[in-house]
Design a protein around this ligand. Structure first.
Ligand code: PLP
Length: 426
């Protein structure tokens, strides 16, 4: 089929706007009449710096990132790299804060060995990373923290499978969350791509106090960023891979609160971390290094930043009210598809609980006739025959998953809703 004949509902990499790809294809051969393609220009050139700076500014505008309070870093290593980076950097920041407290208690002239002993006690008594596990991706992040630090430092705030028959599909009631006191951070995944579970709003249990204090919150927004308003100021670290709503695979964005970076906090020396038996970040995952170098500590794929930048420019052109405009459409598309499924309870079963249904990844089973397996095979085959592709669920959970990212047009969602309806009659 040709590109115009299909609507691709794959979970990622996802569909990109065709006009952005056409512009990027030209830029790949010749960027702005320079005779060199965008992927051939030096990442140290002025034009590369301009592409980075414009993408950062446009992201800040579109999401209303509070001016002057956050740094935006383009990283490599994907969402998975950020599972590790968040651990390394925020454990470092925690140790740096404890180090300052110990120096205050013992005095600047204290013996180094006394400082290390005091710090070691603080680590043993108080270092905790809090994880909310609500689906496959936050589970992976939790497992990475356990792997890097050891289970004694990692606290499971809640496991959504426990009260849900061993499966993901709900978010445990916030009154049951076991939050640590003064955790180095509390982590959650805003939209679970595999399980179709999305937080309906920022969890109140993690909200800052009126005086501005509160937990250090880390969030993975890989699969729903740019699709709804985000209370950025509630987060210390917000990250997302580009390959769903932002751009092409290859860059990951970290939005980092400046209070976690120099001059407020500097990563402890590697020698100190070794004495405490805590890990130090590989340099490419160290936020302060990446930020200090405006994301150009090492060679960055400027082409991928360029695509992300073009997607942001298109969003800003399309929606004068910025992310709110896109949110209205995203909500409407999800509503269309869920309504079609709900209209046929005999033929479809939506996987997650109604209160936490993802607007981005719509997960359901087809129970129309025969076995589920046969019904789903028939569903996928017929959908594909009319150009609705990429609907197979994640290999770990099966079923059907319609990934309803920003680049799916309203007509695409309408087409799918109509097919969901028609299939029950066939
Ligand atoms: N987090 C979420 C929510 C995801 O959906 C994914 C990938 O699909 C990841 C993290 C991992 O991202 P990556 O494959 O870029 O490492």
């Amino acid at each position: 089929p040709t590109r115009s004949e299909i609507t691709y509902f794959g979970a990622g990499p996802a569909l990109l706007p065709t006009d952005v790809l056409e512009t990027a294809a030209k830029a790949l051969v010749d960027y702005n009449g320079t005779g060199l393609g965008i992927a051939e220009h030096s990442h140290r050139s002025e034009l590369a710096a301009n592409i980075i700076n414009e993408a950062k500014a446009d992201l800040a505008t579109y999401l209303d990132i509070p001016a002057g309070e956050y740094e935006v870093a383009f990283m490599q290593g994907g969402g998975t790299g950020e599972f590790s980076a968040s651990v390394y950097n925020l454990v470092g920041a925690w140790v740096a804060r404890q180090h300052a407290a110990v120096l205050k208690e013992l005095g600047e002239a204290a013996e180094e060995s006394a400082v290390v002993d005091a710090l070691r006690k603080k680590v043993e008594a108080g270092l905790k990373l809090d994880y909310l596990v609500t689906g496959g991706w936050s589970l992976k992040a939790y497992q990475e923290a356990v792997r890097l630090l050891g289970p004694e430092y990692v606290n499971l705030v809640a496991d959504a499978r426990v009260e849900n028959g061993g499966k993901f599909g709900k978010i445990p009631d916030q009154s049951t969350w076991k939050l640590s006191k003064d955790a180095a951070f509390v982590y959650y995944c805003d939209n679970e791509t595999v399980d179709g579970v999305e937080f309906p709003e920022f969890p109140q249990a993690l909200a800052p106090q009126p005086d501005g204090t509160g937990p250090i919150v880390v969030v993975d927004m890989s699969s729903n960023i740019l699709s709804r308003r985000v209370p950025v100021k509630n987060y210390s670290l917000l990250f997302f891979g580009a390959q769903k709503n932002l751009g092409s695979t290859g860059v990951t964005v970290a939005v980092i609160k400046k209070t976690l970076l120099p001059p407020t906090v500097s990563q402890p020396s590697p020698a100190l971390m070794r004495k405490l038996a805590l890990p130090i970040p590989p340099i490419v995952l160290q936020y302060e290094t990446i930020v200090k170098n405006n994301s150009l500590y090492n060679t960055l794929s400027i082409f991928d930043v360029y695509i992300a930048g073009q997607v942001l420019k298109k969003l800003l052109r399309t929606f004068p009210d910025k992310v709110d405009g896109q949110q209205a459409i995203a909500d409407k598309k999800a509503e269309l598809i869920y309504s079609a499924l709900e209209a046929h309870p005999d033929a479809y079963k939506i996987v997650p609980d109604k209160t936490v249904r993802s607007r981005m990844n719509i997960c359901f089973r087809v129970t129309k006739s025969g076995t589920i397996d046969e019904s789903e095979k028939a569903f996928l085959k017929e959908a594909t025959s009319i150009g609705l592709t990429g609907l197979k669920g994640h290999r770990s959970v099966g079923g059907i998953r319609a990934s309803n990212y920003n680049s799916i047009p309203l007509e695409g969602a309408e087409k799918l809703a109509k097919f969901i309806n028609d299939f029950t009659k066939a």
